[in-house]
Design a protein around this ligand. Structure first.
Ligand code: SAM
Ligand code: SF4
Length: 365
């Protein structure tokens, strides 16, 4: 269905040639988006995993994500209210087949009322799985509240165990808070507790084995994420990034890594057994080994824009529809239409690649 005919505001920027993910079938030509059903794209993928950014603000300033001075934050009126968020999530789970919701940001813990929001989403039927990606700051004292509200899983970002390196990377001296949150998550019964780590050449790449040893000792599941061109300063360069191959090589100096057969199952992390298992380490090689062909994600920004990919260069404005009084089925149709137009891949490796205007913190990582 034509978005304009539906009255859906879209921001369209000319598409670059996109690289197809592995194993993708040919697109269904110019066939219109199906009405009814789930979030299916023209390459046959179905989105079941919704990533929601609750705010673009943050209390850290990770160098690969945000400039030291922060960004021009979204004005409060632009943000979806809790009621609007719940209304859109309800459409997603009841009409569009979304099974998993990940709350992220910016820093989602800065969103006032997040615990209550999680409780409300947990009361929906069918109930989606709920997880949180956070820098952990301020989580420890509230861990039990999150679990009582229905949070199922957590990923806490930790790039360094050295206070000076942590400060250099995040520009804030908050390592101790993050470590406290990791143990509070375990104590509150969240399992598995995952750690996300981004390695920067010459800054913390030498810490990869220490991060893995620390994770093994505490029972955390560590996943390294390749640095992507999503920083606000547009300073990412291919030759400076630490690749999945680099990470494997650095870890192999101290551990034996064996690909964990069959573990990927559509998940972005490639899993490796460490020293024969059962412990594993994950590598999310979004740049050097893209997994777009298996992508099952859709994204909603804090100001109510659907993005079918982190690297999308167009968005669909569900907030405008909602505030104009559109019904659930009209909103669902707008989301389906956006999904139908999802491109086969992110094209980071294509010479015509253009970094999206919004940085990671404003999209939701
Ligand atoms: N503030 C929360 C946090 O840091 O976990 C949630 C939002 S953050 C954007 C989500 C994840 O994206 C974090 O694990 C962070 O390290 C990662 N990230 C941010 N910028 C990135 C980039 N340019 N490339 C790869 N990962 C990035
Ligand atoms: Fe904040 Fe997360 Fe970005 Fe770091 S990665 S600046 S914690 S949003």
């Amino acid at each position: 269905m034509n978005p304009v005919a539906l009255g859906i505001p879209t921001v369209a920027i000319p598409r670059t040639v996109r690289q197809a993910g592995p194993g993708l079938p040919a697109p269904c030509g110019a066939a219109p988006a199906p009405t009814g059903g789930g979030l299916v794209d023209s390459y046959g993928r179905q989105a079941r995993d919704l990533r929601i950014s609750l705010t673009d603000r943050c209390n850290l300033r990770c160098t690969y994500c945000m400039p030291a001075e922060g960004l021009d934050w979204m004005p409060g009126d632009d943000l979806l209210s809790d009621d609007e968020l719940v209304a859109l999530i309800e459409v997603a789970v009841r009409r569009l087949g979304i099974q998993e919701i990940r709350f992220t940001g910016g820093e989602p813990l800065l969103r006032k009322g997040i615990v209550d929001l999680i409780r409300r989403v947990g009361e929906l039927s069918p109930r989606p799985e709920m997880s949180l990606t956070t820098n952990g700051i301020g989580f420890a004292p509230r861990a039990a509240d999150f679990v009582a509200a229905g949070l199922d899983r957590i990923n806490i970002s930790l790039d360094s165990l050295d206070p000076d390196t942590f400060l250099r990377l995040t520009r804030r001296p908050r390592l101790a808070d993050v470590l406290k949150s990791l143990s509070a998550a375990v104590d509150a019964g969240l399992a598995p507790v995952k750690i996300n780590a981004v390695l920067m050449r010459g800054v913390n790449d030498h810490e990869a084995p220490d991060l893995l040893r620390f994770s093994l000792d505490h029972g955390y599941q560590l996943r390294f994420i390749e640095q992507m061109p999503l920083d606000a300063g547009h300073s990412w360069t291919r030759d400076r990034m630490v690749t999945a191959a680099d990470i494997e090589r650095i870890l192999a100096e101290q551990f034996t890594l064996t690909p964990n057969a069959g573990a990927r199952l559509g998940a972005p992390a490639e899993l490796f057994d460490v020293d024969g298992g059962p412990a594993t380490v994950g590598i999310i090689a979004s740049v050097t080994r893209p997994f777009c062909g298996d992508c099952d994600r859709t994204r909603l920004t804090a100001d109510g824009q659907v993005r079918t990919c982190l690297f999308s260069r167009n968005e669909t404005d569900l907030r405008a529809l909602l505030r104009r009084g559109a019904g659930d089925e009209q909103i669902a149709d707008a989301w389906r239409t956006a999904t139908w137009g999802k491109l086969p891949g992110h094209a980071i490796n294509d010479p015509s690649f253009l970094q999206p205007d919004r940085p990671m913190s404003a999209i939701g990582g």
